[in-house]
Ligand binder design. Sequence first.
Ligand SMILES: [Zn+2]
Length: 80
Amino acid sequence: MSSGCDHAIEYIYQYLDDEISWSSSARIKIHLRRCSSCMGAYEFETKLKSVIRERGAAEPPPELFDKIRTVIQDEAKKPE
Ligand SMILES: [Zn+2]
């Protein structure tokens, strides 16, 4: 895990919410290519979002997202 991970994870959520500038999204893409733990988090979030969209369900409660994010971040902190 590189020192850029904290920022990358933060940017991933903004990226998925389309709340990010093109320069930041370029940095994320570069980081994801080099970092498997952030790539895992990114893929997980992407899948989660698509499942929610497919089901046409209402957005899950924010607490659920917070919980998932905590799990991902704990996972990213684990040593290789
Ligand atoms: Zn990373």
